[in-house]
Design a protein around this ligand. Structure first.
Ligand code: GDP
Ligand code: MG
Length: 201
């Protein structure tokens, strides 16, 4: 089995993250944890790329549809449909509009527990309820309530892979193998070497 330090995850700074001038802040938060940037590029995604991205996981529609219906019901509101797939189709249409509205930055971050730790730093999907200290909790105000009443995607600055299998599908969707670079940084020795070598003079 590969060493856990080789785990990789996909992060996308969404168009609102670029507009808010948060690129440096977002990169800093993953970098200072000790994760290593393995790939980065700026692009304006096509609708096909976004639709393909969200449909990589065959269960995504069912899960997101069910989650959306639950969030309508919690607010005592009627969902646009009782069928999770139909609700998810609506979410995908909104995401396509949002994610193709301007440039995004796609990145691959590497390190032990990269998927889980990036999600922890990024915070929950809805900025309104995302934890204090997370990127979504600290830098943006959006809610399902506002997004739904304006028929738009929730503006939450970032996409981050939700699981290791999701990351393994998403990385090749955004990057060719040559664009993801294998290299070392000195602090990896301190983070991962089984025996820490003496640093005394
Ligand atoms: P993430 O991994 O935290 O980004 O969340 P998901 O993968 O579950 O959802 C992806 C995107 O779909 C989110 O960033 C939202 O824009 C949208 N979305 C997910 N769940 C809901 C929901 O319950 N209601 C609405 N309106 N949009 C949602
Ligand atoms: Mg997700």
């Amino acid at each position: 089995m590969a060493h856990p330090k080789t785990e990789r995850t996909l992060v996308i700074v969404k168009p609102d993250g670029i507009q808010r001038a948060l690129i440096g802040e977002i990169v800093k938060r993953y970098e200072r944890l000790g994760l290593k940037l393995a790939a980065i590029k700026m692009l304006v995604p096509t609708e096909e790329m976004i639709e393909g991205h969200y449909l990589l996981d065959p269960n995504w529609k069912k899960n997101v549809g069910a989650k959306a219906i639950e969030s309508y019901e919690k607010k005592d509101e009627t969902p646009p449909s009782s069928d999770p797939i139909e609700v998810a189709n609506l979410v995908v249409e909104r995401l396509k509009k949002y994610m193709t509205s301007g440039p995004v930055i796609a990145m691959v971050w590497e390190g032990a527990h990269a998927v889980e730790l990036v999600r922890k730093i990024t915070g929950g999907t809805e900025p309104r309820s995302a934890g204090i200290g997370t990127i979504r909790g600290d830098f943006v105000v959006d809610s399902y309530q506002m997004a739904d009443s304006d028929n738009r995607a929730i503006r939450n600055l970032i996409h981050a892979s939700g699981s290791v299998p999701e990351a393994e599908m998403e990385i090749p969707h955004w990057f060719s193998p040559k664009e993801v670079i294998n290299y070392r940084v000195p602090h990896e020795a301190t983070l991962y070497d089984a025996d820490i070598k003496s640093i005394l003079g």
